[in-house]
Design a protein around this ligand. Structure first.
Ligand code: SF4
Length: 357
C-alpha cells in the first residue's frame, strides 16, 4: 500500500479528527497531527483499559500519573503502594505486571519504552494487543491491533458471520486489521477503529446512520448489523464460597497478606477460609482457623462476580479470646486504608464500618 489513503481510511480518520473523545492519555486537541502521546501514558492506559471501561479508568490513570509522573517513578515504587493505588480496578495481575514491566524497561531498555513489537512482547503482561497499541499509538508504527471493539467493527464491515473467538476467524481478523492500516497515521487509525467500536458501532443498536464508514459496511448493507458478531455462548459460571472471620481485639482487626501467587495475590484480607465444606457458625469457622473466640456474630454476605466465576463471602465477627500472638498484623479500620484489599474484602470492611460490631 502506498502513502495514499483509501476512501475507507480517509472517512474514518476524518471522523476521528472531529469526534474523538478528549482522554487524558491522548495528545491534547489542537496538537499537530504528527504529535504522539507519551509511551508511558499509552502503556499505563492500555494496561488499565484491559477488561475495564474508559469512564472507570480515567480517575485511576490521573491518580497514577500524579503519584508516578514517569516510568522511572513507577519502577522505583513499592509494589504494595502500586497495588494500593490500583485498589478497586480489579484484575490485580495487571498492576503487578505493570510494575514488573516498568522495572524491566529501566533495567533492559535504559528507561525508554521500546518501540518495536518484538521487544514490547518480551515485557511482563504485554501481549499482542498491547504491543500493537503501544507501537502504533506512541510510535506510529504500522502494527495492527485487535480488541473487542475492533473485532466487532471488522466483523460487521466484512460481514464475518463465524465466531470471532474461533482461531481461524481470529487469524483472519488479525490479517484484516493489518491490511486496512494506512502507512501514515497508523496510531490514529487504530484509535479511530477502537473509538468507532466504543461510541458508534456499539454491541447493541449500532448507530449506523451516523457511521462514517457505513457505505463500506457489508453487515449494514445486508441488514445484519444486529446479528454480527455472533454472540458468545453463555455457560453458567461456577460459584466459589469463602468464609471470612473478622477477628477483633479492642478496636483492631486481624488481617493477613495473601500468597504471592493466584487471585488477589499479595493483597490483604481478614482471616478467610476457602472451603468446599460450609462452616455453619462463626464458632465453627474460628475452630477451623484455630482461634479461641467470644461474642461471635454474623456480619453479612458479599457477592462478587468476575467474567468466569462468582464468589460468595460469608462474613462473621468475633472477639479474640486470648491476647494476640506475635507476628500477626492488627489494624483499626482507619489504618486499613494503608493496605491494598480486594473488592470483596473492602465491602466487608465497609460492613464493619457501618454495622454495630
Ligand atoms: S454501518 Fe453500522 S454496523 Fe457497519 S460499521 Fe458502521 S455502525 Fe457498525
Amino acid at each position: 500500500m502506498d502513502g495514499k489513503l483509501t476512501t475507507f481510511q480517509r472517512a474514518l480518520l476524518r471522523w476521528y479528527d472531529r469526534h474523538r473523545r478528549d482522554l487524558p492519555w491522548r495528545v491534547a486537541p489542537g496538537s499537530p497531527r504528527s504529535a504522539t502521546p507519551d509511551p508511558y501514558h499509552v502503556l499505563l492506559s492500555e494496561t488499565m483499559l484491559q477488561q475495564t471501561q474508559v469512564a472507570t479508568v480515567v480517575p485511576y490513570f490521573l491518580r497514577f500519573i500524579e503519584r508516578y509522573p514517569t516510568l522511572a517513578d513507577l519502577a522505583a515504587a513499592e509494589l504494595q503502594d502500586v497495588l494500593r493505588l490500583w485498589q478497586g480496578l480489579g484484575y490485580y495481575s495487571r498492576a503487578r505486571n505493570l510494575h514488573a514491566c516498568a522495572r524491566q524497561v529501566m533495567a533492559d531498555h535504559t528507561g525508554q519504552v521500546p518501540e518495536h513489537v518484538e521487544k514490547l512482547l518480551s515485557l511482563p503482561g504485554v501481549g499482542r494487543y498491547t504491543a500493537g497499541a503501544i507501537a502504533s499509538i506512541a510510535f506510529n508504527a504500522r502494527t495492527p491491533i485487535l480488541d473487542g471493539n475492533v473485532t466487532r467493527v471488522l466483523c460487521r464491515i466484512d460481514r464475518i458471520e463465524s465466531d470471532p473467538r474461533d482461531r481461524p476467524t481470529q487469524l483472519r481478523l488479525w490479517q484484516r486489521a493489518e491490511e486496512i492500516l494506512p502507512t501514515r497515521r497508523a496510531g490514529d487509525f487504530n484509535s479511530a477503529l477502537m473509538e468507532l467500536g466504543a461510541t458508534v458501532c456499539v454491541p447493541r443498536n449500532p448507530q449506523c446512520l451516523v457511521c462514517p464508514v457505513r457505505t463500506h459496511c457489508q453487515a449494514f448493507a445486508a441488514g445484519l448489523q444486529d446479528r454480527i458478531p455472533l454472540p458468545k455462548k453463555t455457560k453458567p459460571t461456577p460459584l466459589h464460597r469463602r468464609y471470612v472471620l473478622c477477628l477483633r481485639h479492642g478496636r483492631q482487626f486481624l488481617i493477613e497478606q495473601r500468597p504471592a501467587k493466584g487471585r488477589w495475590a499479595g493483597l490483604w484480607q481478614f482471616k478467610t477460609l476457602e472451603s468446599p465444606v460450609r462452616p455453619f457458625s462463626a464458632s465453627q469457622l474460628a475452630q477451623r482457623l484455630g482461634f479461641a473466640i467470644s461474642k461471635p456474630q454474623q456480619l453479612g454476605r458479599i457477592r462478587h462476580a468476575l467474567t468466569h466465576r462468582r464468589y460468595e463471602f460469608d462474613a462473621y465477627t468475633a472477639n479474640l479470646a486470648a491476647p494476640p500472638a506475635a507476628g500477626q498484623v492488627w489494624v483499626t479500620l482507619a489504618e486499613l486504608d494503608a493496605y491494598p484489599l480486594s473488592k470483596p474484602q473492602l465491602s466487608i470492611a465497609a460492613l464493619l464500618a457501618s454495622g454495630p460490631v
